[in-house]
Design a protein. Structure first.
Length: 270
């Protein structure tokens, strides 16, 4: 498995397939395996790179110098430089979209297509920011994601009617329950605070290229409701697509729909 040292820490990523490059940037609390259905399809025609966020999957802890999503975007650009990738289509879901958009704004010439999924580039609304910060404080104090916190956190990522006995739901719950204290304290909690304490990027959305940008959102996404996607699409002037019967992790809850939409978008870009 390939690693690259960035800001003094090992960043893990996968690099599979050949062809035009696609960078998949995933959600907070998920590793690159969340993209498995898309990787299987896209690698037939494209070179797919999917990093693990700091403290997630096999990546090392959050570098101490990392204090904002701009830092995460800079590190993403360093990964592209390491791989000698001059131009890439970036697909970012949730926090992946938050830092992915920052990368696109800071390095216009490196991004030939941008798909922002189940994400929001404005600042976190104060009530939800305070709520998420309170959950992070409870995790920090406990040194573990307790069963009570799992009951709160896990459903956030899925549409309300998901079968809680399904492998998708139970595997995610088990992965969170297994996170060790050092990883929670060094990476997961501070990464959460960076994500939910992010600065407002809405005033800069007009700088994104509307002709090469697509927004997608699960039609039942709870933390990032479709209204936010519509707001951003209007500011950018680009199209948006709602993913039917899907919540926040729309690429897994309706993998076929998302994969087909991405393949269509990529075919237009390359």
């Amino acid at each position: 498995m390939p690693f690259v040292t960035i800001d003094g820490q090992p960043l893990h990523y996968i690099d599979q397939g050949t062809g035009p490059a696609v960078l998949l940037a995933g959600s907070y609390l998920w590793d690159q395996a969340m993209w498995a259905p898309q990787i299987a399809a896209l690698t037939q025609q494209y070179r797919v790179i999917a990093p693990d966020l700091w403290g997630h999957g096999q990546s090392g802890p959050l570098p101490q110098t990392t204090t904002s999503l701009d830092d995460i975007a800079r590190q993403g650009l360093a990964l592209l430089d390491h791989l000698d990738i001059e131009c890439v289509t970036l697909v970012g879901l949730s926090v992946g979209g938050m830092w992915g958009a920052r990368l696109a704004l800071s390095a216009h010439g490196r991004i030939n297509g941008l798909v922002l999924m189940d994400t929001y580039l404005g600042e976190e609304p104060e009530p939800t920011r305070d709520y998420y910060f309170s959950l992070l404080k409870q995790i920090e104090d406990a040194g573990v994601i307790t069963p009570q916190l799992l009951d709160i956190i896990v459903p956030i990522f899925f549409h309300p009617d998901i079968d809680q006995k399904s492998a998708l739901y139970q595997d995610f719950r088990a992965s969170l329950a297994a996170l060790p204290a050092d990883r929670l304290l060094q990476s997961i909690v501070p990464m959460g605070r960076i994500t939910f304490g992010r600065a407002d990027l809405l005033p800069r959305l007009h700088e994104l290229n509307a002709d090469t940008t697509l927004l997608m959102c699960g039609d039942q996404d709870q933390p990032r409701p479709p209204a936010e996607t519509r707001e951003m699409a209007e500011l950018i002037g680009c199209p948006y697509v709602l993913v039917p019967e899907a919540g926040h992790i729309s690429n897994l809850e309706n993998a076929r729909f998302v994969t087909e939409a991405l393949l269509e978008f990529l075919a237009q870009r390359n």
